[in-house]
Design a protein around this ligand. Structure first.
Ligand code: AKB
Length: 316
């Protein structure tokens, strides 16, 4: 049985990963580190919590030693668009939390999951069927911190045997906690507007394809990689994972199958478009499939139906 610490547990991924991990490993075995409000409903009642500023290494070390933690999920990040507006903050938070988690893991013998992203690729990366091992020269501070995360995590594994593992997440779609400050956020916002019967103003241009993933698949990936047989892992930091790729026109058409009068118009955000243009259209995730059996369950049709159903309940 694992003893898990989630650093950054109240964000888009953390708020759902904590519930899923607790259902597998037991509520008392998953300690949720929190720092920035808002806190999910029932957060303080669902299991153990600790206030942790990921930039203060002693707070992570105290949680790990006091709670007997053996696995750290480090979910702290400033997403791509916000990090472009505040590069120093993006760098400090991305690299500070990373190095602190790795150093604590090294001292206490923990495994570490630090998500990478499609943002770890850049304009020179092959856009279609982006290979696992390819050119990584991102032109965003977020992407640079993600490449650093991949490299330094592999370094800690090879140099000190720290069990570091990771996946490159696409844009994540969920009806629970909204994302904030990402380039792929439009793929969540569009559902809220559609279900509320409002027009959606799309910040990303038609024809811009990016990988996306429904949250249940993202949670499966984050858990399966940490459960994978290490003897089968050729790669560690970080695996391409994919389940669907679409542009705004495709997701709009899919939503209209459920909400025929849904309206969308474009007001392209130059910053987000610049970032999106530098990212791949679709990743090749065959290494994840071969090395640890990655297999997504949700395509664009299933994701759309599930999102609309859930948001109709949530938004009344
Ligand atoms: C973002 O858009 O910044 C994130 C990501 C793809 O890593 N959702």
């Amino acid at each position: 049985m694992k003893r898990i610490l989630i650093v950054g547990s109240t964000g888009q991924i953390g708020s759902e990963l904590s519930t899923r991990l607790r259902s597998i490993y037991g509520a008392s075995n998953v300690i949720c580190g929190y720092y920035t409000p808002p806190y999910p409903d029932g957060f303080f009642e669902a299991g153990p919590t600790m206030e942790i500023n990921a930039l203060h290494i002693e707070q992570i070390a105290e949680a790990v030693s006091r709670q007997g933690v053996d696995t750290i999920y480090n979910l702290v990040a400033i997403l791509s668009a916000t990090a472009e507006k505040h590069p120093k903050l993006g760098w400090d938070v991305g690299t500070g939390s990373l190095m602190n988690c790795l150093d604590v893991a090294r001292e206490y013998g923990c495994a570490v999951f630090t998500p990478s992203s499609i943002g770890a690729f850049g304009p020179d990366t092959p856009k279609d069927d982006t290979p696992q091992d390819t050119i990584q020269r991102p032109n965003t501070i977020y992407g640079i911190t993600k490449v650093l995360g991949e490299l330094v995590s592999d370094y800690y594994f090879h140099r000190w045997g720290v069990d570091t593992r990771s996946v490159r997440f696409p844009g994540i779609i969920s009806s629970v906690t909204p994302p904030g400050g990402g380039t792929t956020d439009y793929a969540v916002d569009i559902f809220y507007k559609a279900v509320l019967g409002e027009e959606f103003v799309c910040p990303i241009a038609a024809g811009t394809f990016m990988d996306m993933m429904y949250m249940p698949d993202a949670l499966d990936a984050a858990i399966a990689i940490m459960e994978a047989d290490p003897a089968r892992l050729v790669h560690r930091n970080s695996f391409n994972v994919a389940s669907m790729s679409f542009d705004p026109e495709m997701i709009c058409a899919e939503i209209r199958k459920h909400i025929p009068d849904f309206r969308m118009r474009y007001e392209v955000d130059p910053l987000k478009q610049h970032i999106a243009d530098s990212w791949p259209n679709r990743l090749d995730d065959s290494c994840a499939r071969d090395e640890w059996g990655w297999q997504p369950s949700f395509d664009i049709a299933r994701t759309t139906a599930d999102m609309i159903g859930k948001l109709k309940v949530k938004l009344g």
